[in-house]
Every structure is written in C-alpha cells, then in structure tokens.
Design a protein around this ligand. Structure first.
Ligand code: NAD
Length: 355
C-alpha cells in the first residue's frame, strides 16, 4: 500500500525528531511492503520566516490532500514577541480547525524501564500503567459563549460549558472503539452531580454503551478521577472526557509517567486522516544539538499506523522496538539522569535495529 504523509517539521527540535520518525517509518515500510511518501510543508516560525504567516494556505491544502499528518513542534524565542494572531502556536489551532479534529488521544504509559522516573511511590506503580485519554477537542467551555458584564457586585466575567448530543456521541464512539482495541474498559469522567452538561454527557454515554456490550463502561466524577490517577493509575484503560477536564487530567497523567520526551498524541476527526505529534514543545534550549529524545514522535508515527492506516502489527512493531531499546538500557540525555546517553540519531538507529 502507498500512504501519503504530510510532514510539518516546524521549529526547534521539530526537524530532528520528525526526521527520526521518518527513518523509522521507512524501515517499517521496507519490512512490511508499504510505501510511505513524505511531503514537507512549512508551519510555525519556519513558515513565518519564509512567507510571513505561521500557517500558509499551501500547508493547509497539503495536509487536507494527504492520508495523514506528522507534526514536530512549533515556536521559539525568535517569534515570542510577535502579536498573538501571527505567533507560531496560532498555526496549531489553525491546522486542527482546518482538519476538523474533534478528538485528542493522549496515551500515558509508564515504561517498565523508566519506573524510576515516575514521581509516585514505587508500590503504586509496581505493575506499571497504560492509560489512553480520549479528550473532546472542539466543544465545551473553551468554545462556549463568554463575555464580560456588569453584575450585582460590579464587573464580572463568564464562560459557558455547552455540549450537544451530537458532540458527545461522536467522541463517545471514538472512546468505545478505542477501548475495544485495548482492554475493553472505559471510564467516562464528568461532573454530573453539579453540571447539567455533564448529566447529558452521562446519559448519552450510557445509551452508547448499549451498542458496546463487550466494553465495560463506568462513570467517575472528575474530582475523584484526579485523585484516582495518583492513587491507583493502573485501574484505568481508556478515559473519555470533555475538553477542559481532558486538558487538565491528561497533563496530570503525563506527569506521572515522568518523561515529556516519551509521550505521543493523535488528533482525529471524522475521516481516517489524523494529526500526530509529540506532546512536548520545540525545546529551543537543546535544538540543533542532537540531544532531543525522538521517542514521542516515533510513537506518534506508531499511532498514525494504527489509527489512520489500520496497520496494527506495524504499529506494534515500533512500540516493541522502543520497549526493547529502553529495556536494554539505552537512553537520551533527558531520561539518562546524568548517566551515559545517546544522541537523537543514535537512539533512532537502535530503535531501527530492533524493529
Ligand atoms: P518544551 O516542551 O519545548 O520544553 C520543556 C523542557 O523539556 C525543555 O527543557 C526541553 O529541553 C525539554 N524537552 C522537551 N521535549 C524534549 C525532547 N523531545 N527531548 C528532550 N528534552 C525535551 O516546552 P517550553 O520550553 O515551554 O516551550 C518551548 C517552545 O515550544 C515555546 O515556543 C512553546 O510555545 C512551544 N510549544 C509548542 C508546542 C507544540 O508545538 N505542540 C507545545 C508546547 C510548547
């Protein structure tokens, strides 16, 4: 099979980590008989420097014409003083909107070899954890009606949380399908004891659950979920939640894995085409030094194979290779704690050797 992948290398360490993922994909292609065709497009600061805007029309067109998109990261001190509407980061919202991506998948997995990096007590994470957070990305309070007004006590501000049945159904569908591909347990997180929008959320999720009898579906209030994530993270398989709750809980979950350079993400819409990117930024402090950890981007590419191309075996092959490399003790500087470390290229070579 042929797959067209739009590459948005971006800024800082973006080009280095994307090129590592490309090398891994090319090897996977050779091993399994697929051809991945990569077309680079400008985004972020690189696009600003070349054409004065962070998200050129050609980039949007290229992404929409591709089978999927792999992004590095954008931003850096060079562009920090620009006005908000032309900052590199603006391009991220622009490309997500243009691709109509309403789902954000953020896995938080504690690798056996990296247990020492987890800030939780060792007995809590003895058996590791592997959580997939499915966050609604284009609705809720971040997009609801907002404003300033004169109230009883003078100046006041308000934001509105609003979810339609359609928005809940489509994110719940992604979550149930995701749980089906994993350990078949879905935790739906809301605040149904207080919020009307959460009560609709819960009702719709329960209705959808009837179509997925093979998936165990439980509700959890968001305050309890924040607690349970640090008390017993291994109880979770797939989590589905609203935009704001997902924003907060996915950061909490990523922190308990202990390593920002390891965590991938996927943003998906109604088509198979997704946007895959590491959760970290452009790390300008280490850009161009060969020190960046490419694993989050390589694992983002593995998510692309699974979610956009239905290549489960090929995806698993990448994940296993990363596991083997970590188990063998190879580390980049960010996870080496002052011990021996490999460069971006060297750890990529090790992963390729283990495919
Ligand atoms: P950052 O994630 O870039 O870096 C935070 C720290 O983690 C730095 O010390 C960095 O060296 C380290 N780090 C991050 N990724 C790493 C990797 N793969 N390997 C090794 N070390 C890594 O966050 P920041 O410093 O707050 O932001 C830097 C720039 O990135 C800013 O311009 C910010 O706006 C932008 N940013 C972009 C995205 C994105 O493109 N999705 C996300 C967050 C931040």
């Amino acid at each position: 099979m042929n797959y067209n992948i739009a590459l948005l290398r971006g800024d800082g360490i973006g080009p280095e980590i994307v090129d590592s993922a490309v090398r891994v994909l090319e090897e996977v292609g050779k091993k399994y008989g697929h051809e991945f065709v990569f077309t680079p497009y400008l985004i972020g600061g690189a696009a600003l420097d070349a054409c004065g805007i962070p998200l050129p029309e050609e980039t949007v067109r290229g992404c929409l014409a591709s089978d999927s998109v792999l992004l590095g990261a954008v931003g850096g001190p060079k562009w920090d003083t620009l006005p908000g509407n032309i900052r590199p980061e603006k391009a991220l919202l622009g490309i997500r909107a243009a691709m109509e991506l309403f789902t954000n998948l953020r896995p938080a997995k504690l690798y056996g070899a990296l247990k020492g990096d987890c800030p939780l007590r060792s007995d809590i994470v003895e058996n590791g954890f592997d959580i997939m957070i499915v966050r609604e990305l284009t609705g809720g309070i971040y997009f609801g009606e907002r404003g300033m007004r004169e109230g009883k006590y003078g100046e006041e501000a308000y934001d509105t949380e609003c979810y339609s049945r359609m928005e809940i159904e489509r994110i719940a569908k992604v979550a149930f399908e995701t749980a089906r591909k994993r350990n078949k347990k879905l935790t739906s997180i809301d605040k149904a004891n207080v919020l009307e929008s959460s009560r609709l959320w819960r009702k719709v999720v329960h209705e959808m659950a009837e179509q997925y009898p093979d998936v165990e579906c439980v509700d959890m209030l968001v305050d309890n979920a924040a607690m349970q994530l640090v008390r017993n993270p291994a109880q979770f398989d797939v989590i589905v939640t609203s935009n704001m709750f997902g924003d907060i809980l996915s950061d909490e979950a990523s922190q308990i894995t202990g390593s920002i350079g390891m965590l991938p993400s996927a943003s998906l819409g109604n088509t198979k085409r997704g946007l895959y990117e590491p959760i970290h930024g452009s790390a300008p402090d280490i850009a161009g030094q060969g020190k960046a950890n490419p694993i989050a981007t390589i694992l983002s590419a593995a998510m692309m194979l699974l979610y956009s191309f239905d290549l489960a075996e090929e995806s698993e092959c990448i994940v296993n290779a990363v596991d083997k490399v970590l188990n063998a003790g190879f580390r980049t500087a960010d996870i080496a704690h002052g011990g021996d470390s490999l460069s971006t290229t060297e750890i990529t070579d090790k992963i390729i050797e283990n495919l």
